[in-house]
Ligand binder design. Structure first.
Ligand code: DO4
Ligand code: MG
Length: 286
């Protein structure tokens, strides 16, 4: 079972529960209204919807599963591989070393809901970046009471050249048109077997052949999901919930930059897949 957002008959977004090849609409709901419920209330609401009428999945256009004032945030340097890659690319290598070991994690604002790309969209690069990379990540979906209620795939597209120039440029390296993509389905947290050991894989197709592939497991994460949520909510409330991307464990080698037309696919056990075709700015498929 998963939660999806899709274009309704009049083109307006609707929300439903997907089970196999059917989607059960949740009448009058948007995602924000679900993220204001407690985890128990949400489970009940999804169960009730799943018992109701349904539509064929094949007839629906799925949208990015985020709306309203829900924000996407990112956590950084949560894996050893991310720490090593940043230290190699930046002359300010000490900051990455320190944050990896510090109590306080790196947390950064990534996107407002309306900017988020869905599966199959074009985006991910900015014109003034000479080295652009994908960051395939598991993102947790957190309700307004700071309970983890689901998970989704996030691609935290990044300008590696801008971040390497100076870490103070991080907001420009991380947040730009088309920089954040989410997969189509939020899988309820309680439905996931072993969220601490999910295989994430990245596949990049260039001109019809495989240009990059890699995989890793969330078991290599230095911090727990709960720890990241506790820090995120430490001094800020999220009345419409929040999506928190938990960091990358797969980083292409320095100098291996994405180019226009690359087809980037992230797959995560139990969460499905997320494909983005690389382009400047954001494009169709939002
Ligand atoms: O320090 C920059 C951000 C790191 C990041 O996004 C990650 O590790 O995934
Ligand atoms: Mg990242």
């Amino acid at each position: 079972m998963s939660i999806v957002r899709y274009a309704g008959a009049d083109g307006r977004p609707e929300v439903g529960v997907r089970e196999n090849d059917r989607v059960h609409p949740i009448a009058g709901a948007d995602l924000v209204s679900l993220l204001r419920l407690s985890e128990g209330e949400l489970r009940q609401q999804l169960g009730a919807a799943a018992a109701g009428k349904s539509l064929p999945l094949s007839e629906l256009t799925l949208l990015a599963p985020i709306d309203g004032r829900t924000e996407v945030w990112g956590a950084g340097v949560t894996y050893f591989r991310s720490r090593e890659a940043r230290m190699e690319e930046s002359k300010f290598d000490r900051v990455y070393l320190d944050v990896y070991d510090a109590d306080r994690p790196e947390l950064f604002f990534k996107s407002v809901a309306w900017r988020v790309l869905g599966d199959g969209a074009r985006g991910g690069m900015r014109h003034d970046s000479t080295d652009s990379i994908p960051e395939p990540e598991v993102a947790i979906v957190v309700n307004s009471s700071a309970e983890i209620v689901g998970a989704v795939i996030c691609n935290d597209f990044t300008s590696r050249s801008i971040e390497a120039e100076n870490p103070i440029y991080l907001p420009q390296a991380k947040t730009f048109t088309g920089s954040c993509a989410l997969s189509s389905e939020i899988v309820p947290w309680g439905e996931l077997d072993h969220p601490d050991d999910l295989t994430i894989s990245l596949d990049i197709q260039r001109s019809g052949s495989t240009w990059f592939e890699g995989s890793a497991s969330t078991s290599a994460m230095k911090r727990s999901y709960q720890e990241l949520v506790t820090w995120l909510f430490a001094a800020m409330e999220f009345p419409d919930g929040v999506v928190l991307s938990t960091g990358t464990c797969i980083v292409p080698e320095l100098g291996q930059s994405l180019i226009e037309g690359d087809e980037v696919t992230v797959r995560v056990d139990q969460l499905g897949s997320l494909t983005t075709t690389m382009a400047f700015g954001g494009g169709a498929g939002r």
